[in-house]
Design a binder for this molecule. Structure first.
Ligand code: PXG
Length: 292
């Protein structure tokens, strides 16, 4: 039998079945809150500092006071892993606006709630990393940064979910989202990279995408490996005609896209640059981050 799972909520650990929040929490009522999805590899929480920094920046952006310091939140994440016997897995850190009344205003929510869940992770089957993903472009556009900045990893993921529904309907595991202007933005839970003549391109953050921690890691690794990496706007034409396309995200790590909107990309399987970068990433994660 699997060991019992404990969820951290506001200072205490609760058995999974008893881990509950109020129906008056504005996280539920309005999607008012933020989250992080974090990986642990073999006893280390990968890029924990970067995830906690992004969490605190998002909190600032939505005027939410996280109940605790960066050091305290870090310790909660590590303790949550220990309590659940997680050395390799997935951690979800959530801050909700907390309990208020039925009005929109956060003014009536005196204290934000902090939740941490450490669990195992459902990954893509290993063969997907060789054969690559078939993705579609969603009709749903990525919301622009003047509306809700996609840099805020908020509990309001409906924009991404609407695109993911399109992917589900098409039998695709991911959907590519465009900006209002039709430029390539990102996927519903992953950033996108394309490779042209061994040059690596990815959309810049200002276009309205999440500043992905895997994205930054891959940009740094590729630079160290001697690749030219450009953060530059591009169109679907550049994606369709790319030599290789891959996605990055905490869950997916780095995964090839071999078909998009019915067009085969490159050779129809993970290309050489993607394969080399994935190997470098998998090597890099070993022992990186905060020790559990
Ligand atoms: N873009 C979006 C919109 C995301 O939500 C990424 C890019 C990749 O960022 P990181 O920092 O992970 O490299 C994300 C990540 C999941 C899951 O379980 C992943 C994300 C959100 C919710 C669930 O696959 N986001």
């Amino acid at each position: 039998m699997a060991a019992e799972q404990f969820v951290y909520i506001d200072g205490d650990f609760f058995p999974k079945e008893e881990a509950k929040v109020s129906v008056f929490d504005h996280g539920l009522l309005y999607g008012d809150g933020i989250f992080e999805g974090i990986r642990a590899y073999d006893g280390y929480v990968f890029k924990l500092k970067e995830h906690i920094d992004r969490f605190f920046h998002a909190a600032r952006a939505i005027s939410l006071e996280i109940p605790g310091t960066r050091e305290e939140i870090k310790e909660i994440v590590l303790e949550c892993c220990r309590k659940n016997g997680i050395t390799t897995g997935y951690i979800r850190l959530v801050a909700t606006r907390g309990v208020g009344d039925l009005g929109l205003s956060p003014k009536k929510c005196p204290k934000a709630s902090l939740i941490c869940i450490a669990a195992t992770i459902q990954l893509y089957p290993p063969e997907f990393y060789e054969i690559g993903l078939k993705v579609i472009t969603a009709v749903q556009r990525r919301n622009r940064s003047t509306i809700i900045d996609p840099q805020i990893k908020s509990l309001n993921y409906l924009n991404n979910i609407l695109a993911r529904i399109e992917a589900d309907n098409a039998g695709a595991p991911e959907a590519l989202m465009l900006t209002e202007e039709g430029l390539v933005a990102e996927c519903t839970g992953d950033n996108i990279f394309i490779i042209r003549n061994r040059e690596i391109w990815t959309p810049p953050i200002y276009m309205g995408i999440l500043d992905g921690i895997t994205r930054t890691t891959v940009i740094e690794l590729a630079g160290q490996m001697g690749y030219t990496v450009k953060e530059t706007p591009f169109t679907l034409y550049n994606v369709y005609s790319a030599d290789e396309v891959f996605l990055t995200g905490t869950a997916a790590e780095l995964i090839a896209v071999t078909e998009i909107d019915g067009r085969t990309i490159g050779g129809g399987k993970a290309g050489p640059v993607t394969t080399e970068l994935l190997a470098a990433f998998q090597e890099y994660v070993k022992g990186e981050g905060a020790k559990i």
